[in-house]
Design a binder for this molecule. Structure first.
Ligand code: ADE
Ligand code: ZN
Length: 329
């Protein structure tokens, strides 16, 4: 059995495997511009974040009904559980679905149906994090949060994703203020492709409690020192960084140096259907490429629970942490 872990950086739409995409396309009468799953997989060669996002948004066309979102989440939870995930904080991108004519209820209730069964079916506790698309307007983000108001009992926090460069965190100051006033937790992608200044801005302007990716903090010694001092968790996604060319090869990934620097790192899968692996695969890949010790792997698993939004269930967090300490490699 793999080491118990929490997954904190996972876009549910990024778990859409080619087989499920074709099955949903058939069920919904949607035509995909690919002959078959093999032809689709051929398209999984990305130059950068944008080239991936183009395909990611295109394939969302197959998601139409509550049942589609339920099936998507259920398939993810089964795979995650098999790789040792005990707790998953799941991002979703409602703006992309609202723009296609779906309702917030279809998305949230559909995901919710799978999440309600996750503990019983897969032994995984869950949280949902609503992400704003940063390449859309601040007004659109505010309207999206408004549309989510009837569903806030199902939503733990807000995040910020999509094309990073040219869309600095400060653009979303107001919607993050509203989210905070509603009692929502706050995270944001920063420093994936964008500069270290975006990480600082996400902390200072948006008040984020975790930074998604945060890879480029390593370009600023001052920022690293702050992240260490304030114990700000970073949700790293090593296989994603290779596929989207943030790093050339996994052996060049700064994760080991980041841990050595004292940063609170976690390892996650981002969009596992597209990047060649779920979270356990990411653990295995960094273990072999970077030669991480068992102590470091245990630290990554421990960090994942410490950084999770389990503050409303400390008994559960403690149970998961004791599973990590008791784990035998
Ligand atoms: N949306 C899905 N995956 C993403 C990523 N890695 N970065 C930004 N936005 C995303
Ligand atoms: Zn991401």
């Amino acid at each position: 059995m793999p080491i118990p872990k929490a997954e904190l950086h996972l876009h549910i739409e990024g778990t859409l495997e080619p087989e499920l995409a074709f099955a949903l396309a058939e069920r919904n009468g949607v035509e995909l511009p690919y002959a078959d799953t093999e032809a689709l997989r051929e398209a999984y060669r990305f130059e950068d974040l944008q080239s991936f996002l183009n395909l990611y948004y295109e394939l969302m066309a197959v998601l139409r009904t509550e049942r589609d979102f339920e099936d998507l989440a259920d398939a993810y939870l089964a795979r995650a559980a098999a790789q040792g995930v005990r707790h998953a904080e799941i991002f979703f991108d409602p703006q992309a679905h609202l723009a296609r004519g779906l309702s917030m209820g279809t998305v949230v209730e559909g995901l919710g149906r799978a999440l309600d069964r996750a503990e019983a079916d897969h032994g995984v506790s869950t949280r949902l994090i609503l992400c704003f698309l940063r390449d859309e307007s601040a007004e659109s983000a505010l309207a999206t949060l408004d549309a989510a108001r009837p569903y806030l009992d199902r939503i733990t926090g807000v995040g910020l994703d999509s094309a990073e460069v040219g869309h600095p965190p400060a653009k979303f100051r107001e919607v993050y203020e509203v989210a905070a006033a509603l009692g929502l937790r706050r995270v944001a992608h920063a420093g994936e492709e964008g500069p270290p200044e975006y990480i600082t801005e996400a902390l200072d302007v948006l008040g984020v409690e975790r930074v998604d990716h945060g890879l480029r903090c390593m370009e600023s010694a001052e920022l690293v020192e702050r992240l260490v001092r304030e114990r700000v968790p970073l949700t790293l996604c090593p296989l994603s960084n290779v596929r989207l060319r943030a790093v050339d090869v996994l052996a060049d990934h700064p994760l080991a140096a980041m841990l050595d620097a004292g940063l609170v790192c976690t390892v996650n899968s981002d969009d596992p259907a597209y990047f060649g692996g779920y979270v356990g695969d990411n653990f295995d890949a960094v273990r072999s490429a970077l030669g991480l010790s068992e102590g470091r792997l245990r630290e990554l698993a421990r960090n994942s629970f410490l950084a999770s939004f389990l503050d409303d269930d400390e008994a559960r967090r403690a149970r998961y942490l004791s599973e990590v300490e008791a784990y035998e490699f």
